[in-house]
Design a protein around this ligand. Sequence first.
Ligand SMILES: [Zn+2]
Length: 175
Amino acid sequence: MTQLTPDVTTRAGRMLAAGRLTMTVKSVATGKHLTVDLSCCVRDERTGSWDNVPFSEAKWCFLQLHTGERIGTYYPQTGDLRPKPYAQKAWIWAAMATIRAACGDPHPQAEFSEMDRCGRCARPLTDPVSIQRGIGPDCWGALTGSKHASTDYVLDTEQARRMLEHDTAARSAAA
Ligand SMILES: [Zn+2]
């Protein structure tokens, strides 16, 4: 499989770029739908904990159904998806469709909707600007280095693109 890059001009893409995405995928053909949780991680070798990081820094993207069943792992650096042995075909399809949709390649036979949760910390989004952006004001400031972290901030595509750049300074400042 080829490597994919989040399309930060879309809300789902910004959420994926920030590291967390919860998306419902509905098959137009069958009317069935599944909700996929995606979380981008690296492992802290010192403490052994899994840390949530932006997509561009992640080694693992853990995929599970919103109901809790694990689907498998997506490897952003190679583009491989390794499903759990027990994962059903529909789960894998929904997981891959979620990633592709957030990377600007939505499946023509599917409908997508993202949950209104911050793409970085997964807290619920309530402010209209944050909902449109897909990321809360504090996390947006930490990701982009923007001083305009307040809710009246209007999305700037150029700053959204900066989310895709490796920014260790911003991450450690936010930690
Ligand atoms: Zn947040």
